[in-house]
Design a binder for this molecule. Structure first.
Ligand code: LRH
Ligand code: MN
Ligand code: MN
Length: 430
């Protein structure tokens, strides 16, 4: 547990900044009012926003070449939750954590659930891991897991996913995210159709174990670790499988899992249109699955994705895909990166609410491409920072999360409490 923020630190920090925030908020409110928009409504909307944290994101990530650990990294799932609680305390928008098994497998799920509850955290969907072999496991995933030729390896992968559901039930999760790296590195290595048939067969076994109120999220990814053909490479395959499996199966869009320059917002629109958009793994990238901080490379793309989400919500009030960050932090303090990223996703959400949809539809109807594009740009160019800061003040979070975090000395305190262990890897990826 961290006591650092229980000593009025956030309140003091906010008191020092509130006059400036109020002034900026008032100025922006006046400007928005002239555009017919109500800043109070937008602030209330911002306060409804939430994005889940990846448990593996609070440790320093790594690449296939090296991992450079930071100070005071969490050494187990309890410490990961401690760090996640700091992020939620300061941003107010990350109330749930997404666990990854077996990395985060609890010895006692009830104890973990209670620990999280005391920190004010809940659990988002759980993630299975059949993309690496675990110590002592009977059958290797070297040649695939849910698609393996070896029936025993497939059965083991199915059983692992069902075990994830069982643990998730005890934790209060409501979903299972399935990403498999299965595929091939050489033309001819696999029968492409056969691999997908085996995948579907395995997934049917997992689907059958889903509780009534759960969803299964199918996460596609173009490549890596399979470099010739990945079985679930794209949203089309994901959509076909989700359709085949049934209503509890939906598609999950990880922003980094596409070819460069792919029109991701259009994928979002398509999946939403056909009722199969389940959720997101937010991150940013320049080349591939870079797992960089959300909004750090292409904030306009993030905005355009939320513009599609706003359009979908306008058509169906019940539309509610799940939001999660999935990032790897190599050169920053992971807590800082996750705080900034959560705020960047929230920013895109609020900016998308600024789009005047009637005006946009009018220009679209007139085939006025220039003004239609400007209708979007107008919203995107609006700096909604005062709204986000005010939403944090009103939610009891920190006006400036990173500044408040740095002033607290949390990281240095953890460095004392959590001495580095040789070869320790928080996520198990490296
Ligand atoms: C695969 C992926 C998937 C995994 C996570 C660690 O690249 O995005 O979501 O579970 O990374
Ligand atoms: Mn992902
Ligand atoms: Mn990924």
């Amino acid at each position: 547990m961290n006591k650092l923020f229980d000593r009025g630190q956030v309140e003091q920090h906010n008191a020092a900044l509130s006059a400036d925030i109020n002034a900026d908020f008032e100025a922006l409110g006046g400007m928005l009012a002239r555009r017919g928009q109500d800043i109070e409504k937008l602030t209330a909307l911002a306060q409804t926003f939430a994005v889940a944290l990846p448990s593996w994101g609070v440790g320093t990530g790594g690449t296939r070449f090296a991992r450079f650990p930071g100070k005071g990294e969490p050494r187990n799932v309890f410490e990961k939750l401690d760090d996640c609680a700091v992020i939620h305390r300061l941003t107010g928008v990350t109330p749930a954590v997404s666990l990854h098994f077996p990395w985060d497998k609890p010895t006692d799920a009830n104890e973990l659930r209670e620990y999280a509850a005391k920190l004010g955290l809940g659990f988002d969907s759980v993630n299975s891991n059949t993309f690496q072999d675990q110590a002592g496991q009977a059958h290797t995933y070297k040649y695939g897991s849910l698609t393996a030729q070896d029936a025993a390896a497939r059965a083991q992968a199915v059983a692992h996913n069902i075990e994830c559901i069982e643990i998730g039930k005890a934790l209060g999760s409501k979903g299972l995210t399935v990403w498999v790296g299965d595929g091939s590195n050489f033309p001819g290595q696999q029968n492409l159709r056969g691999a997908l048939e085996r995948y579907l067969d395995s997934m049917r076994g997992i689907y059958a174990a889903l509780p009534e109120d759960w969803l299964m999220y199918i996460e596609h990814k173009l490549f890596e670790p399979a470099f010739y053909a990945t079985t679930i490479a794209d949203w089309g395959t994901s959509f076909a499988c989700a359709t085949e499996l049934g209503p509890k199966a939906k598609c999950l869009v990880d922003l980094g899992h596409h070819a460069p320059n792919t029109n991701i917002e259009m994928i979002v629109a398509r999946l939403a249109q056909f009722g199969k958009l389940g959720g997101f793994h937010f991150n940013d990238s320049k080349y591939g699955d870079d797992d960089l901080d959300s909004g750090s490379i292409n904030p306009f793309q993030l905005f355009l994705i939320f513009n599609e989400l706003a359009d979908a919500s306008g058509r169906d009030a019940a539309f509610k895909p799940s939001y999660m960050l999935d990032q790897s932090h190599n050169v920053t303090d992971p807590i800082e990166s996750l705080m900034n990223s959560a705020v960047e996703v929230q920013r895109a959400f609020v900016q998308s609410a600024l789009v005047d949809r009637a005006t946009l539809a009018h220009y679209q109807g007139q085939n006025d491409a220039l003004q239609a594009a400007q209708a979007l740009k107008h919203a995107f160019r609006t700096d909604v920072s005062p709204i986000l800061a005010m939403a944090r003040l009103r939610s009891g979070a920190a006006a400036d999360p990173v500044a408040c975090y740095r002033a607290s000395g949390y990281r240095m305190a953890q460095a004392e409490l959590r001495p580095a262990r040789a070869g320790a890897s928080s996520s198990g990826i490296v």
